[in-house]
Design a protein around this ligand. Structure first.
Ligand code: HEC
Length: 288
């Protein structure tokens, strides 16, 4: 180790110390020396000095478990020192004895006897009553759909590429298209309006008891923002199929794949857009 290394080590050490805590501690210890304090005062001063140094004397906090370990060692050491000779024990315990038996110290004794249990109680109370804080997670109302294909009724659907198979009928065969929309209406009023409402405002009969509340499809910030594949996923897999970011609350949206056929799901999607006079977001052409 060169002199330079040593110097750097010292600088780092000093920088890691909290001088404004350590200096007063040093002053008090020197003060005890000057007034020739008794053993009881010394022992108390040392225990406090070590505790305050470990607790506040360093820039970086020391873990509480390490602190209590060190303090345990310090108490054992001080105890060993005090009881290792009769004279020491007597000079250590004299102030305590006087506090207990001398009449003039009686008020102080009462004070100590009241404060000690109070302080212990307050400590426990404070450590048990931590302020209630909101949980650290937030909920994504429209979580990203899974990138893996999903399986509905044994068919695989790649959500990045899937289109509503009946959407093109809008151009090619309007009559056929209307039949699918009508079927979607039936599906909606048999299954969905209890929650999403007669008028798709998200205010159905059950809506009041639900958190999160059912989606208001009239709101232009909902289905108009999505491709039909997104709705297909959400309707087929429901609340139980939500990824974690959709939490922390359980959504009551049922997984409709258990009750509806693939065709019925596509039909009800057509109906959602038709009824609210909105258009789904088109699939983007990726120039890859
Ligand atoms: C038991 C109540 C309930 C019923 C019945 C219900 N939903 Fe929902 N739905 C919800 C709730 C609550 C949400 C909002 C939470 C969520 O996204 O899961 C939701 C969300 C949705 C979404 C997601 C919208 C978005 O913007 O992310 C779609 C799509 C949807 N429902 C369609 C339907 C369809 C179609 C039906 C009928 C086949 C239906 N729901 C029946 C409760 C219900």
């Amino acid at each position: 180790m060169t002199f330079h290394d040593l110097w750097q080590f010292l600088v780092a050490l000093i920088e890691s110390l909290n001088i404004y805590v350590l200096l007063p501690i040093l002053v008090v210890l020197i003060g005890c020396r000057i007034v020739k304090a008794g053993l009881f005062v010394w022992v108390t001063a040392w225990a406090l000095a070590v505790y305050l140094t470990l607790r506040y004397g360093f820039v970086i906090a020391i873990p509480a478990s390490v602190l209590s370990l060190y303090m345990g060692i310090v108490f054992l050491t001080l105890l060993t020192y005090v009881v290792s000779s009769r004279e020491r024990w007597i000079s250590f315990s004299r102030p305590l004895l006087r506090l207990m038996v001398e009449k003039k110290y009686q008020p102080l004794l009462v004070l100590v006897l009241v404060t000690l249990p109070l302080a212990a109680g307050a400590r426990v109370y404070l450590s048990m009553t931590l302020p209630i804080q909101p949980p650290l997670f937030t909920r994504t109302v429209h979580p990203a759909p899974p990138s893996e294909p999903i399986t509905v009724h044994d068919q695989e659907f790649d959500l990045n590429a899937v289109v509503n198979p009946f959407r093109e009928l809008e151009e090619s065969d309007l009559e056929q298209f209307q039949t699918h929309v009508e079927n979607g209406r039936r599906v909606y009023y048999q299954n969905c309006f209890y929650c999403h409402g007669d008028d798709m405002l998200g205010d159905g009969l059950f809506a009041h008891g639900l958190n999160p509340i059912p989606t208001n499809f009239r709101d232009t910030g909902t289905i108009a923002m999505f491709q039909e594949g997104f709705l297909f996923w959400r309707i087929a897999k429901g609340g139980p199929g939500m990824p974690d970011e959709g939490g922390p609350w359980e959504s009551a949206m049922p997984a409709w794949e258990k009750f509806l056929s693939v065709e019925e799901i596509w039909d009800v999607i057509l109906f959602l857009y038709d009824y609210t006079e909105q258009r789904p977001r088109e699939l983007e052409e990726h120039g890859e």
